[in-house]
Design a protein around this ligand. Structure first.
Ligand code: BGC
Length: 751
């Protein structure tokens, strides 16, 4: 299988200091020195030998080898490149017949008949959109990304796609960054668990299967650190933070056998990822033992010129290939300059062969040499009932109940009348969020609206709809009609938030309030004095202190996908009891950003009674809603915290942490029991808390369950500023509860 040959060996390398690479990162070594003759490849980085691949390599011309490194994004470009036999893969072309036609040229008319690999951004669905990945993070249930990936892989592979550009696993502290929607939030442990589930869901045990895809861990690395949340922006990061915060999901994905990795657009401490030999060569291919191939992001190699690392395309190729980028997406510097760079010894034949070998190996593992074509009759053009049901169930598990005073929710199915108000009440494709794949646009069935979902859930109710305003306009003339509708109804559901285009790539916002006059619309509904609930549709955390103070109930629905309206109604009417938890802190105000639960302490932690502590003069300390927070229609108690030992031996030790969770309310529901650790004294100051375990459990009213987590030295260790993994002796505090504010505590000693 795709597992690195020996995990033990990988771990062994990991434990070693990556100091050799520190120069590469900090002194612009890897890439910049790639402009000089590069060092010999680290043996740990060598892909495995496969007889078919070795045979091909032995027969390929230089031009054919360079051709395998080229990935293009249109049919026309593919045909042009195929005419000279210089093409490795095609992306963003869909349709089984079209793909088969291109494949036919590759396997029947090129000299060595090497099949093409077909890629696509299948991010949270092919034809069946699941909730956006940020929402999936909120499920705290790896079964959700696994379900998405399983359905997506089946649909896409049966339609001729081999390779998805997912999962995106960029940890971020930046809610202004639109791409926060594509990842799983602010925590490296949660992101790792979700990424691994998704990789396994796409690839299964064998991604040659007709229902599986090769996955792509992206974007490597630290893309989520974009300064100011502005997409593509600079990232300057310490080695300890790079290894402790941004790299863990990638390391976990490599261990899970991910087939490919995509380089990121950003710099990492002055060296763009596409020319960064430290992260790609030394860490990914060396220390992690990654055997698949690295694809550039869209024109990422060419962009080394804009970054200022390369003077021209030849320089860019000479930086990227030795650094470890194997395949070039869109730009064409490898095929254009490769021969000349070899002649000038700015790249080596070993480096070229290594890249070709990696790409061919993935093609072999996909089974493309045996089965280059897809059965056109099996193409998936629309969601199946089973896929829709899986998406609806997933969406329900992703929703987070932020407030429920009264309680107003759940609504009775026997309710006489419901006024749906707000610009997103009849939203369709906006419910899919960013990267809607083939689920959006002409010829597709639009997602179920919230209005239609409510009508279906409460067939006896009189359901009205009044927009009140648009998502981002300034016109308030519709407020009066919305108020009138609210006055006439038993309850009002206000659906507000963001359009799909407001998050995702190149969709940074400088404020993260509700756009336009939507907050005023909520105020107008409040003025009626009638009961109401707010449903949020959005791709990022929003600053909503007004809603928190004024709305009786708030349901965070995110971009819930193709069954969005049904899933919202499932929760509003209590068919589904919400159990999602925030995968990211919700700030009180944009000026607090970055705000994240796993921050380091300062020498002067915030103290409201002491001015000279770390806080704002004009804002309460802490987030509006903390990481891991979410309510339910029932209540839970977590108690009985026990440790199997108060000592964790550094070598091979284990401590089992267990606690009992009890449903203390009157209806069945889900709780996510969360385990956090703190190392109060360490050679690198440690986060005030960090998640190291979670389990989502479903309990009937009155029922209890004991949840256990096993901790090993790996769980208490961290990387230092020489990228060395350290497990230090001393005390570790344990916190268990239902959010990052958990109070149940105990401790043990490492040593
Ligand atoms: C994005 C990637 C995506 C690629 C191909 C880029 O702009 O950053 O996430 O996979 O395009 O569509």
């Amino acid at each position: 299988m795709e597992q690195p040959e020996s995990h033990a060996a990988t771990d062994g390398v990991n434990r070693r200091s990556l100091l050799a690479g520190v120069g590469g990162l900090l002194a612009a070594g890897g890439a910049a020195s790639a402009l000089a003759p590069p060092a010999a490849a680290d043996p740990a980085a060598r892909p495995e030998r496969n007889p078919r691949v070795e045979d091909l390599l032995g027969r390929m011309t230089l031009a054919e080898k360079l051709g395998q490194l080229q990935l293009v994004g249109t049919e026309d470009l593919a045909r042009t490149a195929l005419a000279t036999g210089q093409l490795g893969g095609v992306f963003s072309v869909v349709g089984a017949a079209k793909l088969n036609a291109l494949q036919k040229i590759a396997v029947e008319r090129t000299r060595l008949r090497i099949p093409l690999i077909f890629g696509l951004d299948v991010i949270h669905g092919y034809t069946t959109n699941f909730p956006i990945p940020l929402a999936q993070g909120a499920s705290f249930d790896p079964g959700v990304p696994a379900a998405d990936a399983t359905v997506s892989a089946k649909e896409a592979r049966r339609s001729g796609i081999h390779w998805t550009y997912a999962p995106m696993m960029d940890v971020t502290h930046e809610p202004r960054w639109g791409r926060i929607a594509e990842g799983n939030g602010e925590d490296p442990y949660l992101a790792s668990r979700m990424a691994v589930a998704k990789v396994r869901g796409y690839q299964g045990d064998d991604y040659s299967s007709p229902d599986r895809l090769a996955a792509c861990a992206k974007h490597f690395v630290a893309y989520g650190g974009a300064e100011g949340g502005r997409d593509y922006n600079t990232v300057d990061v310490s080695l300890q933070r790079l290894h402790n915060l941004y790299l863990p999901p990638f390391k976990a994905s490599v261990e899970a056998g991910v087939a490919t990795v995509m380089a990121s657009f950003n710099t990492i401490s002055g060296v763009p990822a596409h020319g960064n030999g430290y992260v790609l060569h030394d860490v990914l291919k060396g220390a992690y033992g990654f055997r698949g191939f690295v694809v550039s992001d869209y024109t990422g190699i060419e962009e080394l010129i804009n970054h200022g690392l390369a003077g021209d395309g030849a320089d860019a190729a000479a930086a990227a290939l030795p650094a470890g980028v194997d395949m070039e997406m869109v730009s064409t510097n490898y095929v254009t300059h490769g021969q000349q760079l070899l002649a000038q010894r700015r790249i080596t034949r070993d480096q070229l062969d290594d890249a070709v070998r990696r790409i061919l190996l993935v093609k072999v593992k996909l089974g493309l040499f045996e089965r280059p074509y897809v059965d056109e009759a099996g193409e998936v053009k629309a969601p199946s009932p089973a896929a829709l049901a899986a998406s609806r169930q997933a969406a329900g598990r992703c929703m987070v109940l932020l407030k429920n005073d009264g309680p107003v929710l759940p609504l009775a199915k026997s309710v006489g009348s419901v006024a749906v108000v707000g610009p997103l009440g009849t939203a369709t494709y906006d419910l899919n969020g960013t990267w809607a794949g083939l689920g959006t646009g002409a010829g597709t069935t639009p997602p179920v609206t919230v209005v239609d979902g409510i009508k279906a859930a409460a067939p006896g109710a009189n359901v009205t709809y009044t927009a009140g305003c648009t998502v981002d306009g300034t016109d308030t003339s519709g407020f009066a009609a919305a108020q009138q509708a609210a006055r006439a109804a038993d309850v009002t559901v206000v659906v507000v938030g963001e359009t799909a285009a407001m998050s995702g790539e190149a969709a940074a916002r400088s404020t993260i309030d509700l756009p336009g006059v939507q907050q005023q619309l909520v105020a107008a509904i409040k003025e009626t004095g009638k009961p109401f609930v707010v449903v949020l549709v959005n791709g990022r955390p929003l600053t909503i202190p007004y809603l928190h103070d004024n709305a009786p109930a708030i349901l965070e629905a995110w971009a819930p996908g193709v069954q969005g309206g049904h899933a919202v109604a499932d929760v509003l009417f209590g068919t589904v009891n919400p159990g999602g938890k925030l995968p990211v802190s919700f700030p009180r105000a944009v000026g607090q950003i970055p705000i994240y639960y796993n921050h380091e302490n300062t020498g002067r932690p915030a103290d409201p009674n002491n001015k000279y502590t770390s806080k704002y003069l004009d804002l309460e300390t802490g987030p509006l809603y903390e990481f891991g927070f979410g309510l339910s229609y029932t209540t839970f108690r977590v108690d009985g915290l026990r440790l199997s030992s108060t000592r964790l031996p550094i070598r091979g030790g284990r401590v089992q942490v267990s606690a009992t969770v009890t449903n203390t309310g009157t209806r069945a529901g889900d709780e996510v029991v969360q385990l956090y650790l703190r190392d109060p004294v360490a050679s690198i100051v440690q986060p005030v808390r960090r998640l190291r375990g979670f389990e989502r459990v479903t309990l009937n009213a009155g029922a209890s369950r004991t949840v256990s987590f096993t901790l090993t030295p790996d769980d208490v260790g961290f990387y230092d500023n020489a990228a060395k993994f350290r497990v230090e002796p001393g005390k570790i505090e344990v916190y268990v509860g239902t959010s990052s504010a958990a109070t149940l505590t105990a401790s043990f000693t490492v040593g």
